[in-house]
Design a binder for this molecule. Structure first.
Ligand SMILES: Cc1cc2nc3c(=O)[nH]c(=O)nc-3n(C[C@H](O)[C@H](O)[C@H](O)COP(=O)(O)OP(=O)(O)OC[C@H]3O[C@@H](n4cnc5c(N)ncnc54)[C@H](O)[C@@H]3O)c2cc1C
Length: 508
């Protein structure tokens, strides 16, 4: 198994280098208005040769493009499209992919952060209840701008230092998606630059094929330069709870109950995590020292325990108290094992960043630490497969890492969009968010492959989220024949020379 993985990785890197040799000659023919925004220095290009995952190290792009406006991106793409040897182009949001999806070996990486010259391109309309945000904008900045007007988008990711264009190219999910759908279900309109360099404003009413194709479209049809996102009034504060379970059946029953409730009586956010064997709760911003001791006593010799994470947004403390009391009475967590925090809405949504800051401040004392690798695997697991998945996978993992497990409602997803989910009304997000080193990441990757193999063998029809495949056959299987055919048609129409986001390895 391990040898196979090393070979696969070499094949990937070699393929990327081969591509680089073919395309680099175009650099000499670039017109001055584009050339002035290109940087082909090795300091610039090396930064764009890897990503947050750190496991894919492709060839550098031939150049990094620093656009000031969407017109600059259109000019670059028109040039790439008409060039004698068309070259690949990838929008790079915040580079938080984990499998090289935003890389452009031998081509051009668009440094999206340069758009607007660093100016925040975020306009909130309180009359229209929407925000227009540049594709390069970070969600934390969108949130802060909306909050200044007492408003907020309703669907989030757990971590907010991701770009609008990057998450809308995938789906954008967190504990609010069971009710409001993924972020792609909360978009009114997009400005897109296609692979031919056309600039198109699209919505459910105008150029709808492009609109729905780009949402979850893995950067294949165009570069998102603006998104109009739905807003609603922001709550002031959040009651944030963690309830512990020793039985998966109890956890999932409660999670599924909670995601079936209407807004008036239920939580506003529902997630969950798995604590594997050998894993203990460590210090975090969430627990007191006493909480940590008591949870670790519960864990004792148990192989696995779980917690459900819920959050209730509120403006009136007494109404929140009553709602939580009513909800807790209906849940089946281990008696006494409920822990809560009361935080501002911003603190809640920015919780992962705050936690990372805290960890990093500890790591600062450790001069030996190097950047960790993140060979993550994210799956959408149909509800019918959860039991087998637990018995076959979760009970047998002897590695340690962060594992998310929470259900979503399929009726909050729009199947016209490119994003693909399992064909059951309720499906689970399972995120294996491993942290590894250069020496041991292959062990995690081997486990990921075993997990996928197990699902295959047992007929559990998982879909990868933030998918990573390297063959057309696997991509076709991922999308299913109808969706694949439609996606390929859209690709032929909007990016016929397959220039965009080559790191996804779909059409190139
Ligand atoms: C710490 C961390 C936490 C995360 N938490 C969540 C989470 O809770 N929920 C969730 O859904 N995801 C989560 N993700 C995954 C994240 O949503 C994706 O990795 C996303 O692609 C990262 O956004 P980015 O802006 O860094 O995009 P990049 O990695 O830069 O790009 C991703 C892909 O989108 C393309 N792209 C980028 N910008 C544009 C654009 N403007 N137009 C068209 N295509 C574009 C790129 O070419 C590439 O193919 C997390 C990732 C990390 C590292």
């Amino acid at each position: 198994m391990a040898v196979g993985i090393v070979i696969n990785r070499l094949v990937l890197v070699v393929a990327y280098f081969a591509g680089a040799a073919v395309v680099s000659s175009w650099l000499d023919d670039v017109p001055p208005e584009i050339a002035s925004k290109l940087d082909s220095g090795s300091n610039a290009t090396a930064r764009f040769a890897t990503d947050y995952g750190g496991v894919t190290r492709a060839a550098n792009p031939a150049a990094v493009f620093h656009p000031s406006t969407a017109d600059d991106i259109a000019a670059l793409l028109r040039f790439a499209y008409c060039a004698e040897s068309p070259f690949p182009v990838a929008a790079r949001g915040n580079g938080h992919s984990v499998r090289g999806q935003a890389l452009a070996p031998g081509g051009v990486a668009i440094d999206m952060a340069a758009l607007g010259g660093g100016r925040r391109r975020i306009n909130v309309s309180s009359a229209g209840m929407y925000v227009d945000a540049g594709g390069e904008q970070l969600w934390i900045d969108v949130l802060e701008a909306a909050l200044r007007q007492g408003l907020s988008p309703q669907s989030w990711t757990d971590y907010l230092y991701l770009t609008v264009g990057g998450t809308l190219s995938n789906a954008g999910i967190s504990g609010q998606a069971f009710r409001h759908g993924p972020q792609i279900s909360n978009v009114y309109e997009l400005d897109v630059v296609t692979g031919k360099g056309e600039m198109i404003t699209c919505s459910s009413e105008s150029d709808r094929d492009l609109f729905y194709g780009v949402l979850g479209g893995l950067g294949q049809l165009g570069v998102i330069t603006r998104a109009r996102i739905a807003l609603r009034p922001a709550p002031a504060r959040v009651r944030w709870l963690r309830l512990f379970y020793t039985d998966l059946g109890d956890l999932t029953r409660d999670q599924e109950f909670l995601i079936s409730l209407p807004e008036t009586t239920g939580f506003d956010y529902v997630e969950g995590q798995v604590l594997l064997s050998h894993q203990r709760v460590g210090n975090s911003t969430f627990y007191s020292k006493q909480d940590v001791d008591s949870i670790n006593r519960l864990k004792g010799e148990l192989n696995i325990i779980y917690f459900l994470e819920g959050a209730l947004y509120y403006d009136s403390p007494s109404i929140a108290d009553q709602k939580i009391e009513d909800l807790l009475k209906q849940l089946n967590f281990v008696p006494g094992f409920v822990f809560s925090n009361d935080v501002t809405y911003l603190e809640f949504l920015n919780r992962v960043h705050n936690e990372i800051q805290k960890l990093n401040s500890r790591d600062d004392d450790d001069s030996s630490s190097t950047a960790p690798l993140h060979p993550w695997l994210n799956l959408f697991l149909p509800k019918s497969g959860v039991r087998d998945f637990e018995a076959g996978i979760l009970q047998n993992i002897n590695l340690t890492g962060l594992i998310l497990l929470y259900p979503l409602n399929k009726n909050r997803w729009n199947d016209i969009m490119t994003a693909t989910v399992p064909n059951e009304e309720v499906f689970y997000t399972v995120g294996f968010l491993w942290t590894a080193t250069v020496e041991d990441w292959g062990t995690f990757d081997a486990l990921n492959n075993e997990i996928l193999g197990f699902c295959d063998q047992h007929g559990i029809e998982v879909k990868q989220y933030l998918p990573h495949y390297t063959s057309k056959l696997d991509w076709a299987r991922h999308f299913g024949s109808d969706k694949w055919e439609k996606f390929a048609q859209l690709k032929r129409r909007y990016d016929p020379k397959a220039l965009l986001s080559p790191g996804q390895q779909i059409f190139n």
